[in-house]
Design a binder for this molecule. Structure first.
Ligand SMILES: CC/C=C\C/C=C\C/C=C\C/C=C/C(=O)SCCNC(=O)CCNC(=O)[C@H](O)C(C)(C)COP(=O)(O)OP(=O)(O)OC[C@H]1O[C@@H](n2cnc3c(N)ncnc32)[C@H](O)[C@@H]1OP(=O)(O)O
Length: 265
């Protein structure tokens, strides 16, 4: 699949100022370089379009996004790893600071980088079911970067965030609702999108510029840190990937994912 098809943008059927942005990298929308590049390009295009709002969702029936593609971190080509991390930073900055009203219709699992994308939006409706969402990096033997943490702190309390991150917690849908990691539950993807549209409607009579400037001021802290430390953050990521213990943890995690599959056959 060409990178162009990894993300689709379609106007909402009832309101052509709202973009439905769909990630479609089977099987689980894991965020590899190409999907991140497609998201980055999409966010650029949306920022100069007539769309005033977007709903981020996924084409998978059970997974919003499985987070970063682990294969980008396991025994990586270091030049590509730099580009990968830099593109992830860009996607986060563009989504978190977007002038558009942003909402996530979370139609399935959203671990780690998947949770980051959802948290970067202003509103989250998640489909009920046996899905999970959270920053589970420590469970993989890796550390969520500071700006992942800042993003979570923009969403839930510091105490909940610290416990969740140190324990690598993946929240059930009910738990996520209780701590405020999601705003609403939904019965299916269509319902989740409708709930996001309901949130977007609240801004019908609010002028866009003061709205987006207010949002950006609320979000300035985490953003300023990353903008000031972009290269250092890339260097730290690449350095981290060189640790044998990190590679070993990733290898074990990949084996675990594969054996999980064998067990259910
Ligand atoms: C400056 C910073 C300095 C230092 C920090 C350094 C490092 C920190 C870096 C980054 C932070 C990391 C962020 C992340 O996002 S890491 C990824 C975390 N993701 C996960 O833990 C999710 C793993 N996946 C799952 O749990 C399940 O797949 C899921 C519940 C999403 C769906 O389950 P389902 O049963 O529907 O599918 P599976 O059979 O499990 O998977 C199908 C297929 O896809 C492969 N797969 C799954 N997830 C990933 C992934 N994240 N990356 C790559 N591949 C993935 C899985 O192995 C199966 O493959 P195959 O066997 O070939 O079919």
């Amino acid at each position: 699949m060409s990178s162009q098809n990894l993300v689709t943008v379609t106007p909402d059927k009832d309101n052509d100022e709202i973009a439905i942005v769909t990630m479609q990298r089977p099987p689980v929308n894991s965020l590899n370089l190409e999907l991140l590049q497609a998201l980055s390009k999409t966010l650029d295009e949306l920022s100069t379009s007539d769309f005033r709002a977007m709903v981020l969702t996924s084409a998978s029936p059970t997974v919003f996004s499985a987070g970063l593609d682990i294969m980008e971190m396991y025994k990586p080509d270091l030049k590509r790893a730099e580009q990968f991390w830099s593109t992830l930073q860009d996607v986060w900055l563009k989504l978190f600071e977007s002038n558009l009203i942003t909402a996530a219709a979370i139609n399935g699992h959203a671990p780690a980088g998947g949770c980051l994308l959802a948290m970067s939006c202003e509103y989250r409706a998640m489909v009920s079911g046996k899905y999970s969402i959270g920053l589970n990096e420590t469970a993989l033997g890796i550390v969520a970067p500071r700006w992942f943490m800042d993003c979570m702190l923009n969403t839930i309390s510091q105490r909940e965030a610290e416990i969740a991150l140190t324990t690598g917690k993946l929240f059930s849908v009910e738990e996520a609702l209780k701590v405020g990691l999601i705003d609403e539950t939904a019965k299916d993807k269509e319902d989740a999108i409708n709930k996001c549209l309901g949130f977007i409607e609240k801004f019908e009579s609010i002028p866009p510029l003061p709205r987006s400037m207010t949002k950006q001021k609320f979000r300035a802290n985490g953003v300023q840190w990353l903008k000031a430390n972009k290269q250092a953050d890339i260097d730290e990521f690449v350095h981290f990937l060189k640790f044998p213990q990190v590679q070993q943890s990733l290898e074990m995690y990949i084996h675990m994912l594969k054996s999980k599959q064998n067990k259910s056959e």
